[in-house]
Design a binder for this molecule. Structure first.
Ligand SMILES: [Zn+2]
Length: 239
């Protein structure tokens, strides 16, 4: 067995987390979504996971997480908020008593678990095939600045986040690459989420619901978009 496989978790450094970062809309939203899952439906997954896109994402979980492996690689986690005591454990490593601001490197091929009460919110970047501490810490620092400055378009978001009432989906087909760079989307996306106010002032094509007689903005697109849009739905027609 290589040395690499014997690594589990390590605390690298810690950042000061200003309250401004915790007041960013995406952090408030994941906090509200975690609370809602706790009170309304305990059968839902208590973890808002990540897309592993190698750029900063938000990440949240509620209560303890039992031992599991993710089999993705080296992940970097910046703890933004903890409700109470939270202990991270992994194979081949000493437990870490998590503290707000901690930056942890986790090799997720090892079994890892968290023992805690309440909700936790973190920033995540990964997963990488090799350790890249310096790069990952710089990415997390950049993500934190985007939260502190209340940047909307390039601030870290979370998987499973639902589009809010002040947002819409715009078509990126024909959009210049310059504009594409300013939006939170990958190079292959044909659509992006924007604030309605910006989409209107930029003259974007806003996707609408395909239900007959409904002209509402779409909150989800046809699975075959952009080839088809006959199953685009608005909030009212999403079921
Ligand atoms: Zn509709």
């Amino acid at each position: 067995m290589s040395d690499k496989i014997k690594f589990g978790i390590e605390k690298l450094t810690s950042f000061d987390i200003p309250n401004d970062a915790l007041n960013h809309r995406f952090v408030k939203e994941i906090r509200e979504d975690l609370d809602a899952r706790n009170t309304e439906n305990k059968l839902l997954d208590p973890v808002f996971g990540t897309s592993n896109v190698k750029k900063p994402e938000l990440y949240g979980w509620s209560g303890s997480v039992t031992p599991h492996v993710d089999n993705k690689g080296y992940c970097y986690i910046l703890i933004l908020e903890l409700d109470g005591k939270s202990v991270l454990s992994a194979d081949h490593s000493d437990d870490i008593d998590l503290v707000r601001g901690d930056i942890i490197c986790l090799y997720d091929y090892t079994h890892h678990s968290i023992e805690q009460t309440g909700n936790s919110i973190a920033m995540f970047v990964g997963a990488f095939n090799e350790r890249c501490d310096e790069f990952a810490i710089a990415q997390l620092a950049d993500g934190l600045i985007r939260l502190i400055t209340h940047d909307y378009y390039n601030a870290p978001r979370y998987l499973g986040r639902e589009i809010r009432s002040d947002e819409c989906i715009v078509s990126l087909i024909g959009a210049s690459s310059k504009r594409r760079d300013t939006l939170y989307s990958d190079d292959y996306s044909e659509s992006a989420i924007k604030l309605i106010v910006d989409a209107k002032s930029d003259g974007d094509h806003i996707e609408t619901c395909s239900t007959e007689g409904c002209g509402n903005y779409a909150i989800s697109l046809d699975e075959h978009y952009p080839y088809f849009s006959c199953k685009n739905t608005c909030r009212e027609h999403c079921n």
